[in-house]
Design a binder for this molecule. Structure first.
Ligand code: DQA
Length: 161
């Protein structure tokens, strides 16, 4: 019984632990409607629900943010330096274009996991290069929304190290 209570307490987000930021870039607000043969039928709200229930299971607090605007993503990453413990990012098309996001992630000095719903290496050549990967602890691509859950699992381990 005591072990079960201890396990439950261990899963509760600690008051000291800042939330993990789950950041989504341009067009990810269109999930569910947008090219479902590539990105699936789940909406971003479904992805958020899945992340929230996984976070509870892992004892992590999380915050979700989506923007179609590069500058808004840079602003949120800058704020994360003080407000968040780590970042899960699907930068959408900015992955393949944005030195500004790379600079912001480097300046944040937080553990970052890069996620893509689709396998970007199986697609057009311009998607094979990511500007932001050098700032990431790891990259998960091609596993659909499960990638976000795996990223949270990886961070739960990484943050207790
Ligand atoms: C994406 C892949 C990108 O190439 C694309 O521009 C996106 C979504 C993915 O999740 O598979 O918007 O990041």
């Amino acid at each position: 019984m005591e072990a079960a209570l201890a396990a439950k307490a261990a899963r509760r987000p600690s008051a000291k632990q800042k939330p993990v930021l789950v950041l989504n870039g341009p067009n990810l607000n269109m999930l569910g409607k947008r090219q479902p043969e590539i990105y699936g039928r789940e909406t971003l709200a479904d992805v958020e629900r899945g992340c929230r229930s996984e976070a509870v299971r892992l004892g992590l607090a999380i915050e979700f943010f989506q923007s179609n605007h590069e500058g808004a993503l840079v602003d949120r990453i800058q704020a994360a330096r003080e407000q968040n413990a780590a970042i899960v990012i699907n930068a959408g098309a900015y992955t393949h274009t944005s030195v500004a996001l790379l600079d912001a992630l480097n300046a944040a000095e937080l553990p970052v996991i890069e996620v893509h719903l689709s396998n970007i290496y199986k697609r057009e050549a311009f998607r094979h290069h990511s500007y932001i990967s050098p700032a990431a602890v790891g990259v998960i691509a091609g596993l659909g929304s499960q990638g976000y859950l795996l990223a949270l699992q990886a961070l739960a381990r990484h943050l207790v190290r």
